[in-house]
Design a protein around this ligand. Structure first.
Ligand SMILES: *[C@@H]1O[C@H](CO)[C@@H](O)[C@H](O)[C@H]1NC(C)=O
Ligand SMILES: *[C@@H]1O[C@H](CO)[C@@H](O)[C@H](O)[C@H]1NC(C)=O
Ligand SMILES: *[C@@H]1O[C@H](CO)[C@@H](O)[C@H](O)[C@H]1NC(C)=O
Ligand SMILES: *[C@@H]1O[C@H](CO)[C@@H](O)[C@H](O)[C@H]1NC(C)=O
Ligand SMILES: *[C@@H]1O[C@H](CO)[C@@H](O)[C@H](O)[C@H]1NC(C)=O
Ligand SMILES: *[C@@H]1O[C@H](CO)[C@@H](O)[C@H](O)[C@H]1NC(C)=O
Length: 418
């Protein structure tokens, strides 16, 4: 047994190591817009301002994206307006389309017109539909670009600059897209109505719930000036959690909501580089109400003793306020009991005989789990006790699973021999 166990373990861990190495190389080969544009001196100003406004990082983080670059002459006329940096950021973010359009795709737009969401939309700074760009196929093979609902088309496709298929396409357009909204000075962060911002971007249930507890809403809104990060569970997830929420005491409800806010502004880059324990708006002396921020590959996870949630999107990120969407409700141990970690039951001979079928099922479940966790209302604390324990104690993760499989293998072997 001892002898068999060792090589089996090595064999179990090897694929994981290989995956890690692969993941490393995949990340290393992710696109870098700064480097792509550096090859073209005519885009040097555009490139410079992508860096200054931190949009470059945002572009590198995303896949399936199109950057509509303009040359230095077009940039000069934008810079002549002497916009403050955050307005400049808004204007440039309107030039980053959240879909892949290369020259071929632009000339094949169904029905001659397409509406593309932009990074301006995604940052939450764009009111209404002002964050969308209308792309129109025109006579003579021309392709026009204009902010949605704008009367006139003034910017045209010039050429494809570089493309990494379906990840990033860099194209040149003739002019900066005219948008009074993007160029307008953004309202100060205090003027941002937190709950409306959340409601407008997929966190309506959480926002509506917050509005029912004026104390909690005030805590959030008052904190914005001094810096604030909100992690809001997306609608499906929070909706599924409502029965449990309604079961809480008044104080518990307030704490649960305030547990989703952190009284410091944290950009995605900060979250990725500063892992560790984080206090929340609910933290009050002995009642810690904290959670742990932990990188998980490219993702950032928030771990309570009971649940591990993943950041799934950025709803707003404008210093001093950041709002991120998460795929699970954060359950503080102060309000919810952690399930005792149940040891994996040793399979009975019957189950072991069934193993091929059983293990296939298990594999399938594992493969689909990222999608599951992304949109399932997986707010229940009792969801996967085994995983939760492993998460609290990262080091045992592979060993635990490896050991379970090992037991299964050995049982299978015994059954086969018999
Ligand atoms: C596209 O992006 C993904 C994720 O960053 C990466 O793994 C893949 O290698 C990229 N594809 C190409 C062709 O670079
Ligand atoms: C992208 O490339 C630029 C210039 O080569 C470099 O300074 C920057 O660190 C790179 N960014 C990333 C995320 O690799
Ligand atoms: C294209 O136009 C036709 C006819 O006007 C319409 O039925 C169809 O839904 C349109 N397709 C798209 C993708 O907009
Ligand atoms: C997009 O532009 C075309 C051409 O100007 C126009 O016919 C169409 O209505 C526009 N679509 C939207 C949604 O603004
Ligand atoms: C934000 O908007 C909601 C509804 O739109 C309103 O009830 C709430 O009072 C507003 N909050 C602030 C701080 O203005
Ligand atoms: C609400 O609390 C009661 C009593 O503690 C419990 O029996 C019930 O299962 C809870 N309901 C939900 C949805 O958590």
């Amino acid at each position: 047994m001892q002898l068999r166990q060792y090589p089996a373990r090595v064999a179990r861990t090897l694929p994981f190591l290989l995956l890690l190495v692969l993941a490393f190389f995949a990340t290393a080969h992710a696109h870098n817009i700064t480097r792509i544009l550096a090859k073209f001196p005519e885009f040097s100003t555009f490139n410079h301002y992508l860096t200054v406004t931190h949009l470059a990082g945002e572009i590198n983080r995303r896949t399936t994206i199109t950057v509509c670059a303009v040359d230095n002459a077009a940039m000069s006329s934008l810079l002549a307006k002497h916009l403050p940096l955050y307005s400049l950021k808004n204007v440039l973010s309107l030039h980053i389309l959240l879909d892949y359009f290369d020259a071929k795709k632009l000339h094949q737009i169904t029905n001659g017109t397409a509406l593309a969401a932009t990074l301006f939309q995604a940052t939450g700074s764009a009111p209404g539909s002002t964050g969308f760009v209308n792309i129109t196929d025109l006579k003579g093979g021309k392709v026009g670009f204009a902010p949605e609902n704008s009367e006139l088309i003034d910017a045209y496709f010039v050429k494809g600059v570089e493309g990494i298929k379906y990840n990033i396409s860099v194209i040149q357009i003739s002019k900066i897209l005219p948008s009074e909204v993007a160029a307008a000075p953004t309202p100060g962060p205090a003027a941002v109505n937190l709950t409306s911002a959340m409601s407008a971007h997929g966190c309506k249930v959480f926002a509506d719930t917050l509005l029912t507890i004026p104390d909690a809403e005030k805590t959030f809104q008052d904190g914005v000036d001094g810096g604030m990060t909100v992690f809001c569970p997306v609608d499906d997830v929070f909706k599924a959690f409502l029965p449990k929420y309604k079961n809480l005491t008044a104080g518990g409800k307030t704490s649960l909501l305030e547990y989703h806010g952190v009284p410091v502004y944290q950009s995605m880059a900060t979250l990725k580089s500063n892992n560790g324990v984080m206090n929340t708006l609910a933290t009050d002396g002995a009642k810690k109400f904290d959670f742990t921020v932990q990188n998980d590959g490219e993702d950032v996870t928030l771990q309570t003793k009971i649940v591990t949630a993943k950041i799934t999107g950025t709803l707003l990120d404008e210093d001093p306020l950041a709002i991120y969407t998460i795929n699970k409700v954060l359950l503080p141990k102060e309000l919810f009991k952690a399930e005792a970690p149940t040891p994996a039951p040793a399979p009975s001979p019957d189950e072991a005989a069934d193993a091929p079928k059983g293990s296939k099922k298990k594999k399938k479940k594992a493969a689909s789990s990222p999608a599951d966790s992304a949109d399932s209302p997986a707010a229940s604390p009792d969801e996967d006790p085994a995983d939760q324990t492993a998460d609290e104690n990262g080091a045992v993760r592979f060993d635990g699973k490896g050991f379970g499989s090992l037991v299964l293998c050995v049982c299978l072997l015994v059954v086969t021999v018999l």
